[in-house]
Design a protein around this ligand. Structure first.
Ligand code: AMP
Length: 120
């Protein structure tokens, strides 16, 4: 899928839409999810133009990959999640119900999070 420069996270990165920043470095931005599913729900995104984990894993630089992983740790530390635990989730594509076509890692925590997937 081609990258859409008007997706909502691209607009957040350009400062066209406000976000509640949790952490930022040269390669990543972390901000509060607008519709939190847990007491802590933060999105961690690369600043590069990646639709999903698929093209990120294929084409991102090692520095971008390391930064995304370290940003998750930063968020967990800032939000005090390391001791009790947290969940990191990335939806990719239709079966995963990815809504925003810019790679984002959800970081959830702040309460017991239940089973990993709903049984249907
Ligand atoms: P996904 O279904 O994995 O693509 O998740 C998209 C996430 O983006 C959802 O959890 C939304 O609540 C969140 N979201 C959508 N728009 C915004 C926004 N403007 N600021 C913060 N989070 C947003």
């Amino acid at each position: 899928m081609a990258y859409d420069d008007n997706n909502i996270f691209a607009r957040i990165l350009r400062g066209e839409i406000p976000s509640k920043k949790v952490f930022e470095d040269a390669h990543t931005l972390a901000f509060e999810d607008i519709n939190p599913q847990a007491p802590v729900h933060v999105l961690v995104i690369p600043k590069g133009r990646y639709v999903s984990m698929t093209d990120f894993a294929e084409t991102a630089t090692d520095a971008e990959m390391a930064a995304l992983t370290r940003a998750v740790l930063k968020v967990a530390e800032i939000k005090g999640l390391c001791a009790a635990g947290y969940r990191v989730l990335a939806n990719a594509g239709a079966n995963a119900h990815q809504e925003v076509p810019h790679l984002h890692l959800h970081v959830f925590g702040g309460r017991p999070l239940g089973p990993m997937l709903m049984r249907t």
